[in-house]
Design a protein around this ligand. Structure first.
Ligand SMILES: *[C@@H]1O[C@H](CO)[C@@H](O)[C@H](O)[C@H]1NC(C)=O
Length: 318
């Protein structure tokens, strides 16, 4: 498997980078939610939608008044354009498979607060929680449960919610691979190998809905988890070297301030710095490949999947 570095770069929509142009329309309300404007209906203004707790703005969290006097269109994941944004209920993804055991209840997706209960067949022991609760951010709490008979070299790696797994032999060198249900993006390792140590390589995959990045806590926990995993492998804890094995990865989050006090020139400098960092950690990276955008109030996330060869990371203070 090609080693990869997964970096999540958060770049901003920067207001005020174009010349003056026509105003944008005022018909921007969101059904069951509210909106705020950074600079009225002028070009460069960022419109941010908010929804009540338990709901998320669909299909976008924010829009830019473009120089042509039009707001960023409301494209859905399937490519259609909505006339009006709406607040949708946050739900957790379905458990699609559970090997050598059963779970209930079975639904296509689950409202916040739902409880999933897992049980194993006779002869199999449950590893991980017997119950998981759907949290307010659309993720299930706790780890991934799995039923294991202890007979193979590696434990059953489990099937996280929203994913399907192929491969069900867990001997040394055996591989399993994961795919997400349509509309969800895979974070973690799409393929894992049973290693000599009796552990699975890489990181457990999870399938995330785009809105799950919209909370600071989610970005924070991704950041914390990936860095503690990587630092756990590094020999010198206090140094600035991160040594990655072939199958490990690191998420890099760079957050760029796009508020009005940051002028266009400073924003460009930071943007170039981000590009340099990405080039440095990943010489083979093509600037326009593997990126996708997710939105946050006042920010657009650029999400880059970066092919990565194990090298010491971050030679400069970071
Ligand atoms: C346990 O699951 C594996 C993989 O799906 C399957 O091949 C095996 O037959 C199952 N064992 C039992 C006792 O059902």
């Amino acid at each position: 498997m090609a080693p990869s570095l997964c970096a999540l770069l958060l770049l901003a929509l920067h207001p005020g980078m174009g010349g003056p142009g026509p105003s944008c329309g005022q018909d921007v309300a969101i059904r069951s939610g509210t909106f705020a404007l950074s600079d009225g209906y002028h070009p460069g203004s960022v419109l941010t939608y908010s929804c009540p707790p338990g709901f998320y703005p669909y299909p976008l969290g924010s829009r830019l008044c473009q120089d042509n006097g039009h707001w960023t269109p409301l494209h859905t994941p399937t490519g259609s354009v909505l006339p009006k944004a709406l607040c949708r209920e946050i739900r957790c993804p379905a458990q699609l498979e559970f090997e050598n055991g059963s779970f209930q209840p079975r639904r296509a997706s689950y409202p916040v607060g739902s409880v999933l209960t897992f049980e194993c067949l006779d002869g199999y022991t449950l590893r991980g929680p017997a119950q998981r609760v759907c949290q307010g951010n659309g993720h299930w709490d706790g780890g991934t449960p799995a039923c294991d008979d202890g007979a193979e070299h590696c434990p059953n790696p489990g099937v996280p919610p929203g994913t399907t797994k192929s491969g069900s032999r867990y001997r040394l060198g055996e591989r399993v691979s994961y795919r997400c249900k349509a509309g969800l993006s895979l974070v973690g390792s799409a393929q894992r190998v049973c290693t000599e140590a009796g552990e699975w390589s890489g990181a457990e995959p999870s399938c995330r809905a785009p809105f799950s990045y919209d909370r600071v806590e989610d970005v924070g926990s991704q950041f914390g988890a990936s860095f503690s995993n990587v630092l756990g492998l590094a020999k010198t804890f206090l140094g600035r070297r991160l040594i990655l094995s072939d199958d490990s990865f690191v998420n890099v989050y760079l957050l760029v301030d796009s508020s009005k006090s940051v002028n266009s020139e400073s924003f460009q400098i930071f943007k170039e710095w981000v590009e340099n960092i990405v080039d440095r950690v990943s010489p083979g990276w093509g600037r326009n490949t593997g990126s996708r955008c997710l939105s946050l109030p006042e920010l657009t996330f650029l999400f880059f999947l970066i092919p990565f060869s194990p090298l010491p990371l971050f030679p400069a203070p970071f």
